[in-house]
Design a protein around this ligand. Structure first.
Ligand code: DGL
Length: 269
């Protein structure tokens, strides 16, 4: 097979599916000429329903193969589930900078007026000690109500394929937060899965009253910009490459949306 070789070392983004596009999108605004490899572990989706042990082995192994093949300058784990479980494992396995994506509890804590924050993530993310530590460090005086909504991962995937999604999926996720004690006082919702900003409009509609949403993508973009500030991009004009662990033909329904994100080459890992 004729494999694509970027003309200069790329930045690599990693997620299970298209969720990482919410991070890539913000990053492109700050580093528009960097060559991009976007890796999607479709064979492993959904991470949110997998065990810690499985992900702590799978994610570093996959990233090791990707780094060996594409020799990126920097890796961004554009997935909260993988980051909150495997970030340390990945960092110790790779000798390049690794940026993780973790729930934006710090800015949420600064934004809330009622002191009640909703946190929507995958089932795996919301139970992580990493999240407990973030909450203790940055939001210890706030109430944080967590809800695991992996169905939203499928909803975001379906939306990108151009399919119609049942609005009940969004209202169920919001009800999962609101039905908890103090839930009616939530005024900020942290989208702690990179798929969820892709359906933020639908979630806002399901809330039906003013609500602020926050996710970590802008902060990650600034971090990537900082870590690459001394690099000069040749503006090679490379089209972004999407590498999947799944079947290439499964990407067909996504191609139009992926092209809008600058990803128009496709390979399997
Ligand atoms: N996008 C991933 C995250 O941020 C999760 C998707 C999945 O469950 O595979 O957690």
């Amino acid at each position: 097979m004729n494999q694509f070789a970027p003309s200069e070392p790329p930045l690599l983004f990693f997620d299970t599916g298209i969720g990482g596009l919410s991070v890539l999108q913000e990053s492109r605004k700050l580093i528009s000429s960097a060559p991009i490899i976007y890796a999607a572990d479709y064979a492993g989706l959904p991470y949110g329903m997998k065990s810690e042990t499985e992900l702590a082995a799978r994610v570093p192994a996959l990233l090791g193969r990707l780094v060996e093949r594409f020799k990126p300058r920097l890796v961004t784990i554009a997935c909260n589930t993988a980051s909150t479980i495997a970030l340390d494992h990945v960092r110790s396995a790779l000798n390049i900078p690794v940026v993780g994506t973790v729930p934006a509890l710090k800015p949420a804590s600064e934004m809330t007026k009622t002191g009640v924050i909703g946190l929507l993530g995958t089932q795996a993310t919301i139970r992580q000690p990493y999240v407990d530590r973030l909450a203790a460090e940055f939001a210890s005086t706030k109430t944080i109500l967590r809800f695991g909504a992996s169905e939203l991962v499928y909803a975001a995937e379906a939306k990108l394929r151009g399919e119609k999604v049942d609005s009940r999926i969004f209202s169920d996720a919001i009800a999962g937060l609101r039905s908890q004690p103090d839930g009616e006082n939530i005024d900020v919702i942290v989208l702690a899965c990179t798929h969820f900003p892709l359906v933020q409009k639908e979630l806002a509609h399901a809330v039906g009253r003013p609500m602020r949403f926050i996710n970590g993508a802008k902060g990650i973009a600034r971090r990537i910009q900082h870590l690459t500030k001394d690099l000069e991009w040749l503006n090679s004009g490379d089209e972004g490459l999407l590498v999947t662990t799944g079947a290439l033909k499964d990407l067909d329904p996504y191609r139009a949306a992926l092209a809008r994100h600058g990803l128009s080459r496709f390979e399997t890992l």
